[in-house]
Design a protein around this ligand. Structure first.
Ligand SMILES: *Cc1c(COP(=O)(O)O)cnc(C)c1O
Length: 365
């Protein structure tokens, strides 16, 4: 007798590949493979987490009211239009589940975030992948790929793994070109790394338009990846729909407390952004100076660089060489980028070490 059979669309899912934290034989690595904050977590958030861990026997607040209120205050939103998830990953899945199913199309750009593929397949929807432009989002290609079956468009901005940014004018043009029955999910996991004048206008669109869902996370600049907290905002109607299918107690008590303290500690965000900008620019220039060896950096607005290896020295060799030296980075053959390595901006020492190691490798090749 055959055992239970997974739905055909589930059986076709390639599992998410997390960033490495150790070598295959178990040696720990410095993790520059998951875009975490190299400075860690702010002191206020760590203290709030400790306080929030005192009572482990009681379920967390299922409405996350204090957390929603704190997030809404900082971003100028209505608390009732803020939803939260076990990471923003949960929210991306909720969006696909609520608005797409078998026979529908979910659209995103080539080299988009790998979770979109899983979220769309999980609900049995058909994936449509629009061409990129220089590794970035091509709004015309996205609009050209819309059909009468399109239900959800996912766009990470800045995008992971490319680090590319779509400006406010292009986001507005994309939104204006989509039918009102298509949900535009703007995944702003790295938005806190942008300067104020680089804002893509997503939160304002989510506030005013009926078909825009913006997601954010506490996993990246806030340094709370271990706690799994994301949030999002959209019209009251969309938020009500998403609440119906989220897990009932999807953010822990300690996580809610930590998130409140974190969002109120914008000094930590500013410090982390400044660190990132400084060392991202530095590493971009360093690797740029290795252009004669075929290395090229895709201009990044996030906390990582996508480095292309177009010469004799391959991305795979760099990945293995950096691992031998104790660093986990992300080599991306599974995402159609076998010639690219994604490297998270680390501490000053780590970033300088990466540049030194890369230079020694390419010059010795
Ligand atoms: C890291 C990341 C996320 C979310 O992570 P969570 O930890 O689930 O909040 C979402 N989108 C993109 C593009 C990311 O890189």
């Amino acid at each position: 007798m055959m055992g239970p059979q997974a739905k055909s669309w589930i059986a076709q899912i390639a599992p998410y590949v997390p960033g490495k934290a150790a070598t295959d034989d178990g040696r720990p690595l410095v993790k520059l493979s998951a875009n975490e904050n190299p400075l860690g977590t702010g002191a206020a958030a760590r203290e709030a987490f400790a306080r929030g861990s005192a009572d482990l026997a009681t379920y967390p607040d299922p409405t996350a009211t204090k957390m929603r209120t704190a997030i809404a205050r900082v971003h100028g939103l209505e608390p009732d239009r803020v939803i939260y998830g076990t990471g923003s990953d949960e929210l991306l899945h909720l969006a696909a589940s609520a608005f797409a199913g078998p026979g529908d199309e979910v659209l995103y750009v080539r080299y988009g975030f790998s979770v979109y593929d899983i979220a769309a397949r999980r609900v049995g929807a058909t994936l449509v992948v629009a061409a990129d432009r220089d590794y970035g989002t091509d709004v015309d290609a996205l609009l050209g790929a819309v059909t009468e079956r399109t239900r959800v468009v996912f766009l990470a901005n800045p995008n992971n793994p490319t680090g590319t940014m779509t400006g406010a004018a292009d986001i507005a043009r994309l939104h204006a070109g989509l039918r009102p029955d298509i949900l535009l999910v703007l995944d702003q996991a790295y938005a806190e790394y942008l300067d104020a004048d680089e804002d893509d206008g997503g939160l304002e669109l989510a506030r005013t338009a009926s078909n825009v869902f913006v997601t954010r996370t506490f996993s990246k600049i806030y340094g709370l990846a271990a706690e799994r907290i994301g949030w999002g905002t959209a019209s009251a109607e969309i938020i009500a729909i998403l609440h119906r299918i989220r897990a009932p107690f999807n953010v822990t008590t300690a996580g809610q407390e930590a998130a409140i303290a974190a969002v109120e500690d914008q000094a930590w965000v500013d410090q982390s952004r400044a660190h990132n900008r400084r060392w991202r620019d530095w590493l971009t220039a360093e690797i740029g100076s290795m252009g004669n060896h075929g290395l090229r950096v895709v201009p990044s607005k996030a906390n990582f660089l996508l480095v292309l290896f177009e010469g004799r020295f391959s991305a795979e060799s760099a990945f293995r060489g950096l691992m031998d030296a104790g660093y986990a980075t992300r080599w991306l053959p599974g995402q159609g980028l076998p010639d690219a390595l994604r490297i998270t901006i680390g501490t000053a020492e780590q970033t300088q070490d990466i540049a030194r190691l890369l230079r020694a490798m390419v010059e010795g090749a």
